[in-house]
Design a protein around this ligand. Structure first.
Ligand code: ATP
Ligand code: MG
Length: 427
């Protein structure tokens, strides 16, 4: 058995490069994850061939990062594999390295960020090159910078956030010198672009099973203070809630991401979240969805909790009013956020609604939200109907809201006759 088996398409790329007289090695996440026994389809390659030579050797290539020496090679199934020429960075400004092509694999591995990411594998030789003890650190479950941690993080401040992400993703401890370097880096993180910071938050949400471990380090290192000050005071219970957020099993990734973002940003003060997300360059759609959900949580969380702590189950009318206030389509997400927070509170020995109560109310509330009239657009009358009986201007909106309230109490009232006569009486 070979030490590891990269996908055949990747092995084929190394064969082509070697047949042309160049060195070719698998590096980075693919090798690391193979050693951990975790599947990873994304295998990067490093080679002694220069970018133009790589382009000549393969039929279909993409100049993904040609200025950094990276060429994308497309295989028959249109999957792209990144082939990067050996590099040795010479100068940096804290993020962007001035790239110089290197002469050897060892030089290339030395400029990589962490020991576990600096292991190379050659399929033709069935040989690992691991000059910085990456395999030992994998076995000991330690995340450690290659070389002198403070210097490596001064070269590129993004490494501080990457360190936190990799450590929490694999459940590794951070080597003390590497942690010290993260602390020293924190005050300088402001030089990272908001897009980069957003990308790190998104990758963390997508890759880390227990996000509290990552964001606790963002808090404790001072990274939040520098990058997302509104989250600098996130509490341990609020962090823990992130781990308990039950993500919809079948939902697409963007929905899971949005829900996790709402979980994280529910720790920020009311009225601040939309602007924070825009500052991090999240899309208008994400900022609106996440911001809206967090505001609903702030408005409704306490009342929902009181209602569920009560020995008697909430009435249908209460659940309809929740659906009306949250919006039918947001209600499930709001209840998931609530469930996560209450779970975390119970775990810390604080009073919060029981698991069983939350589960049964969740099922009932969703059923009711899609069965009963809960929004103004569900009413049996609309603005034109009210106009027809002489209700206009500001009064029109008020009347619609009053009618909704009337219907939330008893959905059988939702007929044109009942509502129009009620509206006449009110007006
Ligand atoms: P993932 O599974 O998340 O893709 P990865 O280790 O492949 O993990 P990438 O961001 O794809 O991470 O980078 C590929 C490799 O490039 C890393 O393993 C590391 O060796 C190197 N690398 C990436 N970013 C940096 C950086 N900022 N500084 C130094 N080396 C880096
Ligand atoms: Mg990768």
């Amino acid at each position: 058995m070979p030490l590891m088996q990269p996908p055949e398409t990747v092995v084929e790329i190394t064969r082509v490069l070697e047949a042309a007289g160049y060195e070719a090695w698998c590096v980075g996440g693919g090798v690391r994850d193979a050693l951990l026994g975790i599947p990873n389809l994304d295998w990067d390659l490093t080679t002694s061939a220069r970018p133009l030579q790589v382009r000549k050797l393969f039929k279909r290539t993409v100049p993904v990062g040609i200025e950094f020496g990276t060429i994308g090679v497309l295989d028959e199934t249109n999957v792209m594999h990144e082939v990067t020429t050996f590099r040795s960075d010479v100068e940096t400004d804290g993020r962007h390295a001035v790239v110089k092509f290197g002469e050897s694999l060892e030089e290339d591995l030395a400029r990589r960020d962490f020991t576990i990411n600096a292991i190379a594998y050659s399929p033709s030789r069935d040989e690992l090159r691991d000059p910085f003890g990456g395999q030992r650190d994998l076995a000991e479950r330690v995340l450690r910078a290659v070389g002198i941690a403070k210097e490596r993080m001064r070269e590129d401040r993004l490494r501080a956030l990457r360190a936190i992400r990799f450590a929490s993703r694999f459940g590794f401890t951070v080597d003390p010198a590497t942690w010290q370097a993260i602390l020293v880096s924190a005050p300088h993180l402001g030089r990272l672009s908001p897009e980069r910071v957003q990308q790190e938050i998104v990758k963390t949400m997508n890759q880390v099973a227990l996000p509290s471990t990552a964001f606790r380090m963002w808090r404790d290192s001072g990274a939040f203070g520098e990058l997302v000050p509104g989250l600098a005071g996130i509490t341990d219970v609020e962090l823990l809630a992130l781990d308990h957020l039950r993500l919809p099993q079948l939902a697409r990734r963007p929905q899971r991401l949005q829900l996790r973002l709402a979980g994280l940003f529910s720790a920020a003060r009311p009225g601040t979240v939309h602007a924070m997300l825009k500052a991090l360059r999240f899309s208008n759609a994400d900022a609106a969805w996440v911001g809206g959900l967090v505001e609903r949580w702030h408005e409704m969380g306490r009342g929902m909790k009181n209602e569920l702590m009560h020995p008697e189950a909430p009435t249908d009318s209460v659940l309809r009013s929740w659906a009306g206030q949250a919006g039918r389509t947001q209600l499930a997400s709001l209840l998931r956020i609530a469930d996560a927070h209450w779970w975390a509170e119970r775990e810390r020995g604080r009073p919060a609604p029981s698991r069983e109560r939350v589960e049964s109310v969740y099922r009932r509330a969703i059923r009711i939200a899609y069965r009963d009239p809960v929004e103004i657009s569900d009413l049996a009358v609309n603005g034109d109907d009210l106009h027809g009986i002489g209700i206009t201007g500001k009064q029109l909106g008020q009347t619609l809201r009053a009618l909704l309230q009337y219907v939330l109490e008893d959905p059988s009232r939702n007929t044109p006759d009942v509502l129009l006569s009620r509206a006449r009486g009110d007006a």
